[in-house]
Design a protein around this ligand. Sequence first.
Ligand SMILES: NC(=O)c1ccc[n+]([C@@H]2O[C@H](COP(=O)([O-])OP(=O)(O)OC[C@H]3O[C@@H](n4cnc5c(N)ncnc54)[C@H](O)[C@@H]3O)[C@@H](O)[C@H]2O)c1
Length: 339
Amino acid sequence: MRKLGVGVLGVGDMGRRHAENIRRLVPRACLVAVTDVAVARAKQVATELEIEHSFGSFEDMLAHKDIDCVVIAAPDKFHAQAIRTAAAAGKHILSEKPLALNLADAHSALDAVAQAGVRLQIGFMRRYDPAYAAAMKRIEGGEIGEPVIFKAIGRDKDAPPISAYQSQLNGMLLYNNTIHDFDLSRWLMRDEVTEAQTYATVAVRPEVAKYGDVVGSVVNLKYRRGAIGNIESFVQSTYGYDIRTEIVGSAGSILVGSIQQSSATFLTKNGGMQTLADHFLTRFTDAYVAEVQDFVDNVLNDRPPRVTGEDGLRALEIAVAAETSYREAKPCGVNQAAR
Ligand SMILES: NC(=O)c1ccc[n+]([C@@H]2O[C@H](COP(=O)([O-])OP(=O)(O)OC[C@H]3O[C@@H](n4cnc5c(N)ncnc54)[C@H](O)[C@@H]3O)[C@@H](O)[C@H]2O)c1
């Protein structure tokens, strides 16, 4: 059985998890190498995962003869360039979201992929989460009729340290966080968003304003066929990692997500207590495995990826419209923003 040789770029929280999944849980893939600008970290991850090769340079990893494809999990700012570099080297790509931080970079990355004839999947792993996948099956089966309203909540537990804003390595809230909901907003509604209207706030942490970021936002959406939507994002719920989505249809409604980590409830004379989900790596454990498994299977079977570069572009277009709406304090048509 042929195995696909994989290299991972960026082995922080997310990249290390991808590397570990590939090493241990995807039988048809072989983790060949990891790369990180923090060379010591790359070496440490390689040692922990019992693989031979670690690099400080992406180009050096791409030159390795056993690499067939790469997983890009460096910070947001580097995704588009890394996609172009990997495509030029003829490697298939699974890139973390967002595809890019602006539309020009997104288009040039997609052009490079098309020109090289390689496969590109974007890391919208929620589509692989069992609950979201089950919701989609029912929507496709017509069980809630025509989707009319999309509602989403995405709250991280703890705010990032101020150094994360200072570094400017990742996109602002709408590109780094809400982008997952922009993807779900198209996928689950089976329609395209045409307009975004955003309110956002730096309340509780005004210092993030000088880095062009916000701590919370609500984005209203309009769809091509007349549906509407609303997405709330917040960086510091303090109580847990709270991801919920509702699709309200003409014949029923689907709620996805729960703030409970597990279904266990602990009861004492002081009352009840439930363990809450606290991190993306625990809430979406299965989804991260399933997305990389699907990527590997599709590459090996010469099938197109299930979550495409085009999906990455569409979600980014909504983010650009949402940011423009916030900055200009008026609704913005998708693809009408100049950025
Ligand atoms: N799909 C998801 O649920 C999800 C969750 C978290 C993060 N992400 C995405 O994954 C990416 C990484 O996020 P993270 O939380 O792991 O961040 P992180 O800060 O924990 O890790 C980033 C790693 O990349 C390395 N790095 C920095 N610049 C680099 C470069 N130019 N080339 C190679 N390596 C470089 C850093 O040294 C670090 O080890 C981000 O794009 C983020 O948006 C996705």
